[in-house]
Design a protein around this ligand. Structure first.
Ligand code: 4AD
Ligand code: MG
Length: 484
C-alpha cells in the first residue's frame, strides 16, 4: 500500500505522463466544493504549494464518507490519474475509494478557507503550516538551510558545531539567558551573600550563547575555513518585527581573509542563496510574489513598494553590492532630505553615531537602491575583537544592508595582533582571565582572519518577502511569548 503512495508534487510534475497510473495520495483537505452528484476536493500534502484536485462522486465513494469530508480533514485517496478538464492542472484524481484518516469538525477547525491575518495565524502556530503561505515559507526555509551547507561544502569549508551553553559573556552581542540548575527559590549563597555558582551544575555561571563566533575563530585557525550554523539566544527586550530571542545564525570564519575578501564572500554567498531559491523553488516564490502583489493593491499608494518580490530577488542576483565606508554613509545621511527635514526619528549630526534601521533603509531603499555594505565603523560602537585600523578611530567591521530588512549580515576582520587585542580588551573592561583560550590563538601561530554572521530568519524574510520575523520561524520566541 505504502509504495503506491505518491507525493502530490510528483503527481503534478509528471502531469500528463502520469495519466492512467494507479496511485494513493494522502493529504489534508484545503477546500471541498461541488454538488450532490460530484465533489471537487483540493488536497495538499505539503510537498508543493499546489493542490491536487480529487474528484469524488457518490457512485464510487460512500455518501457518508463524502459528507464527513471537510476543510482540514486528512484523507487517503486511491484512484487512477486522469487528464483534467479543469483549468490550471494537467491531471486530477478521480477517487475509487477514500479513507478518512482524520476528520476536522468544521464547527471547531480554526483554519477555514478564507483570509486569516498573520496575527491570528501566530496564535495557531501549530496549524499555520497547513496554509499555502506558511507551507511556502517553511519549504524556502529548508531550501536556505540546505543551500547554505551546499555553498560552504563546495568551497571547502567545514561545519563546526559551537556550544550552546557558554561560560563567557565576552562577545557582548546582547543580553544573555542564564543556564542553571540552582533552586530558584533558595539558591545557595556564598559568604558574601551572593549566589554561589561554584555549586551550580557547571561550577560556574553559564548562559545560552549569543554567537558561535569565538569558537569559530578557534576552528579557522586550524582548519582554515569553517562555519557554524545553530541557534543563538538574546534576551534583549526588543519587540520589533526583526528581532527574536531565539534565532538561527550562520557564522563563517576564514583564515587569511582580509576585510575585502570577507565582503566579497558575503556577497557571493547571498547571491548563491537567492539564485538557489529562484532556480529550485520557483512555484513557492511565484505564489508568494502573487500574494504580495494582491496585498499591495489594498495599500495606499504611498505605502506600496516600488518592486515586487521577484524583482527584489533579481536585483540582488544581478548587482554588485555597493561598498561604502561608515564615514561616507554619515555624509550622505547628514545631507539627506529626511535628515534636513527632521523626518528621521534619530537625526544624524556627528560622526560616531550608531546607525538606526531608518538610516540603513534610507541608504539601501532610497539612495543606492541596491544592497549596501558599510565598512570601517567607529571602534566605540563595535566589538573588542574587530581589527583596529591605522587611523586609530575605526575598526575593520562590515554590515550588509538589504532592502526591506536593514542589517542582514554583521562581520569583521578580527584583531590577530596579541598586543592590540589585549589593549582593546583592557579599554573595554574585558577580563583576560576568562578569555585565556582566545588569547592563546594570538600567542601561538596567529594569522589574519575574518568572518561574519547572518541571521537565517532575516535571510528568509528577504527571500519570502514576509514582513515580520515571527512569520519565518515555525515557533517564534519573543518577549512574553514561548507558546508551542
Ligand atoms: O551583528 P551580530 O550581532 O553579529 C554577531 O553576532 C557576530 N558574532 C557575527 C560574526 O561576525 N560572526 O549578528 C549577526 C546577524 C545580524 O546581522 C542579524 O542578521 C542577525 O544576526 N541577528 C538577529 N536576528 C534575529 N533576531 C535577533 N535578535 C538578531 N540579532 C542579530
Ligand atoms: Mg550587528
Amino acid at each position: 500500500m505504502q509504495n503506491l503512495r505518491w507525493k502530490i508534487k510528483q503527481v503534478l510534475e509528471e502531469g500528463e505522463a502520469a495519466v492512467g497510473k494507479s496511485v494513493v495520495v494522502k493529504g489534508w483537505v484545503r477546500t471541498k466544493r461541488g454538488s450532490k452528484n460530484v465533489n471537487f476536493i483540493a488536497l495538499n500534502d505539503g510537498s508543493t504549494v499546489r493542490n491536487l484536485q480529487v474528484v469524488a462522486n457518490p457512485e464510487q465513494v460512500d455518501e457518508d464518507i463524502l459528507r464527513r469530508i471537510s476543510t482540514g480533514a486528512c484523507l487517503a485517496v486511491t484512484g487512477t490519474l486522469a487528464a483534467s478538464q479543469g483549468q490550471g492542472q494537467a491531471v486530477e484524481l478521480p477517487a475509487e475509494s477514500i479513507d478518512i484518516l482524520g476528520e476536522a469538525d468544521p464547527e471547531e477547525y480554526p483554519l477555514q478557507p478564507k483570509k486569516h491575518s498573520f496575527e491570528f495565524l501566530r496564535e495557531i502556530a501549530h496549524l499555520r503550516p497547513r496554509t499555502a503561505t506558511f507551507g511556502a515559507v517553511f519549504r524556502l526555509r529548508h531550501a536556505m538551510t540546505f543551500a547554505i551547507h551546499q555553498f560552504f561544502h563546495k568551497r571547502g569549508f567545514f561545519n563546526l558545531h559551537s556550544p550552546l551553553i557558554t561560560g563567557s559573556d565576552a562577545e557582548g552581542a546582547g543580553e544573555m539567558f542564564r543556564v542553571t540548575t540552582l533552586d530558584a527559590k533558595k539558591p545557595l549563597l556564598n559568604e558574601e551573600g551572593e549566589i554561589d555558582y561554584s555549586q551550580d551544575f557547571f561550577g560556574k555561571e553559564t548562559s545560552l550563547t549569543v554567537s558561535g563566533q569565538l569558537e569559530a575563530e578557534l576552528g579557522a585557525l586550524a582548519l582554515s575555513d569553517v562555519y557554524t550554523f545553530g541557534p543563538t539566544f538574546r534576551a534583549e527586550n526588543s519587540n520589533t518585527s526583526r528581532h527574536l530571542a531565539e534565532f538561527w545564525m550562520v557564522e563563517p570564519e576564514m583564515a587569511f581573509y582580509d576585510l575585502d575578501d570577507n565582503m566579497q564572500l558575503a556577497q557571493e554567498f547571498v547571491q548563491y542563496l537567492v539564485r538557489f531559491a529562484l532556480d529550485n523553488y520557483a512555484d513557492d516564490l511565484e505564489f508568494l510574489n502573487q500574494r504580495q502583489l494582491d496585498e499591495e493593491k489594498n495599500k495606499k499608494k504611498e505605502e506600496r513598494s516600488d518592486m515586487s518580490l521577484l524583482e527584489r530577488l533579481q536585483l540582488v542576483v544581478d548587482n554588485d553590492f555597493e561598498r561604502i565606508t561608515y564615514t561616507e554613509a554619515i555624509d550622505i545621511l547628514r545631507n539627506s532630505k529626511p535628515n534636513k527635514k527632521k523626518k528621521f526619528q534619530f537625526l544624524i549630526d556627528t560622526w560616531g553615531a550608531d546607525l538606526q534601521s531608518e538610516h540603513e533603509r534610507f541608504l539601501v531603499e532610497k539612495h543606492f537602491k541596491k544592497p549596501v555594505i558599510l565598512y570601517n565603523y567607529p571602534k566605540q560602537i563595535k566589538a573588542f575583537y574587530m581589527r583596529q585600523n591605522e587611523d586609530n578611530q575605526t575598526v575593520a567591521a562590515m554590515d550588509v544592508l538589504f532592502p526591506g530588512i536593514g542589517e542582514i549580515i554583521g562581520g569583521s576582520q578580527r584583531e590577530e595582533r596579541l598586543d592590540k587585542l589585549q589593549q582593546r580588551m583592557a579599554e573595554m573592561d574585558i577580563p583576560e582571565k576568562e578569555m585565556w583560550w582566545y588569547l592563546e590563538t594570538r600567542k601561538f601561530g596567529t594569522a589574519p582572519h575574518s568572518g561574519f554572521g547572518i541571521g537565517l530568519e532575516r535571510l528568509v524574510m528577504f527571500i519570502t518577502g514576509m514582513q515580520n520575523i515571527r512569520d519565518v520561524i515555525p515557533f517564534p520566541r519573543t518577549p512574553q511569548n514561548a507558546e508551542f
